[in-house]
Design a protein around this ligand. Structure first.
Ligand code: AMP
Length: 576
């Protein structure tokens, strides 16, 4: 049977995939996995499709068409140069280019395709999509819903009955669907969304903010001139992407206006405050979709993220709060729909297909911080930085603040696990970053974690105000870590405690984080031991642990330091 490719015909970008050796693969188009859904005429009136067309959009807006998907199913024609074309025809040009890319990649003729459409597309829009396929020389074997394709990518053979929520936030549109998989049949139960909400709106908010700051500085409005505005957008969009992985981004564009450079820093927290109402709007749609499907959040087994803007961390956070499950993001959200379409195409041409396999981290990695947990301020709250199921390699950072005035050092502790409290996770390693600036509490330390395909974790801590940094490589070997973990942890704790004692003897005052983490380690050692000692010692140990916890809560460092010594003394006699 002839090959059947899968196509995600998107508003901003389109992708094509094929099944090879039982696995869906993305077909590169001019070296890239995504092709802008853009059609144009160049200065010599040659037809251009994809990246070249997108690149000329700024200079030749009248000869360039973007977002034709929004017009599918409408009868009005669209102007391109002095021609008028139907939306189906424009889409056919995009599909033709994808078809040729697939033929080049496979080295054979391609004439069948599965094409995806949003679940909310009506009959006219679906028919227009099918016609576009036919115009491109394709036998459209199936038109399938985008959320169905996304669900197929995770479970190609539909072996598990489950309810999946597909959250799709692209550049210009948002939609959410409730997909039920039952006895190998996929059904979209309900869909909701907003055809004018997406990452572009995040860009607009960021542009307003940045241009406002620039105007305050130079009394120049960057939004006035179209070309300047486009350069501003490009800088802002790249900053926005950085903020998905880092707590700060630098928005830079040289000579953006005369001699003036744009060079501003923006924090993820400020950015999240800006976009929160928009992300909340998507969550309102999510709840409406559940209501339409007569389901409660607890009935959802999986949440799948689709679309470039779903990489925004605030999206994950809000979904997690609503569903108490972590959304799946191990398959690239830009490519998942095309891959699902290819799986469907593979099945139609009689190919056995596996779900998509990607290299992911099966564990969450993070650090320990003083933070609120269930209403209490605790010194040992686990803050995830790289979340489990993230594709490898990965690099993520987050920002932390010192707790005391003129704090000289920070003890960076790295843990692996899913529990909210570090004690219940696996301790990977720690290091001190010393010689911090003499500044008030709140000194920002940016912690960067990168994990490569071989499980090597590189941890870097940077004092933001001075650039002082320390980097440590930690090897992650889960077998080794679980093997005799208790003993290894005891040895390490003893080693660190000895180090702390040596420091004290030298007259160096331990910093607050040192004090807190030493207290925590000592309490853990006591709890490991307390059931194996006689009753008098047990009572004394428990009383000391209680006092230690109270000293942490009340912030009484002197008492805590004394209690650390008492606990350490008792452990010296009681531990074998
Ligand atoms: P799509 O329509 O699915 O191609 O999504 C495009 C949108 O995703 C654009 O607004 C992009 O700026 C946005 N986007 C792509 N990558 C990221 C990222 N890493 N973080 C946040 N937004 C992103």
């Amino acid at each position: 049977m002839s090959i059947c490719i899968g196509i995600d015909l998107g508003t901003t970008n389109s992708e094509v995939a094929v099944v090879n050796d039982g696995q869906p693969e993305i077909v590169p188009v001019e070296g890239s996995s995504v092709m802008p859904s853009c059609v144009g005429l160049d200065a010599k009136r040659n037809l251009i499709v994809g990246t070249t067309a997108k690149n000329q959009m700024i200079v030749r807006p009248d000869a360039t068409i973007l977002s034709i998907k929004r017009k599918m199913g409408e009868s009005a024609k669209v102007g391109l140069g002095d021609q008028k074309l139907a939306p189906e025809e424009i889409s056919a040009l995009i599909l033709k280019k994808l078809k040729h890319a697939a033929e080049k990649y496979l080295g054979e003729k391609v004439d069948r395709a599965v094409i995806t459409v949003p679940a909310y597309f009506d009959d006219a829009q679906r028919k227009a999509t099918r016609n576009a396929g036919i115009l491109a020389g394709l036998d459209v074997a199936r038109i399938i819903n985008e959320p169905t394709a996304a669900a197929l990518a995770y479970d190609a053979n539909l072996e598990t009955d489950e309810t999946v929520l597909v959250y799709d936030l692209g550049g210009g549109t948002f939609d959410v669907s409730l997909v039920v998989v039952e006895n190998g049949v996929v059904e979209v139960k309900a869909s909701h969304g907003d055809t004018h909400l997406g990452g572009d709106d995040f860009d607009n908010l960021l542009m307003e903010h940045v241009s406002g700051r620039f105007q305050a500085q130079y009394d120049i409005n960057l939004m006035d001139d179209k070309a300047t505005r486009n350069r501003l957008w490009s800088a802002v969009e790249s900053g926005k992407r950085q903020l998905s992985n880092a707590p700060y981004a630098q928005i830079r564009e040289e000579f953006i206006h005369g001699d003036h450079h744009l060079d501003l820093e923006i924090s993820r927290l400020d950015y999240e405050d800006m976009i929160r109402p928009l992300v909340q709007k998507t969550m309102d749609s999510v709840h409406q979709c559940l209501k339409d499907g007569t389901m409660l959040p607890g009935a959802v087994d999986r949440v799948i993220l689709v679309g470039g803007a779903s990489r925004t961390p605030l999206v994950t956070e809000m979904i997690q709060n609503a569903f108490r499950i972590e959304p799946r993001h191990e398959i690239n959200p830009d490519l998942i729909v095309a891959m699902g379409a290819a799986i469907q195409g593979g099945a139609l041409s009689g190919k056995k297909t596996r779900s998509i396999l990607v290299d992911i981290t099966p564990y969450t990695f993070g650090t320990s911080a003083v933070s609120m947990h269930e209403g209490d301020l605790r010194p040992d709250v686990f803050v995830p930085i790289i979340r489990r199921n993230t594709p490898l390699p990965v690099e993520k950072s987050d920002v932390f603040a010192t707790m005391i005035h003129a704090q000289e050092a920070v003890d960076v502790q790295i843990y692996q696990g899913e529990a909210p409290i570090t004690d219940e996770n696996i301790f990977i390693g720690n290091f001190l970053i010393e010689g911090l600036g003499n500044v008030p509490a709140g000194n920002q330390i940016v912690l960067n974690l990168s994990l490569d395909l071989n499980g090597i974790l590189q941890v870097t801590a940077v004092e933001k105000c001075t650039g002082l940094s320390k980097s440590v490589r930690m090897e992650i070997d889960s077998d080794k870590m679980t093997f005799d973990l208790d003993q290894a942890e005891k040895n390490l704790n003893a080693f660190i405690d000895e180090g702390a004692a040596r420091d004290d003897e030298k007259g160096g005052a331990s910093t607050k984080p040192d004090l807190l983490s030493r207290a925590k380690r000592l309490r853990k050692r006591v709890l490991d031991l307390v059931d194996h000692v006689d009753e008098t010692d047990r009572e004394e140990l428990r009383a000391l642990v209680d006092k230690s916890k109270k000293a942490v809560t009340s912030g009484d460092d002197v008492v805590l330091a004394e209690l650390n010594e008492s606990l350490s003394d008792m452990l010296f006699y009681l531990e074998d």
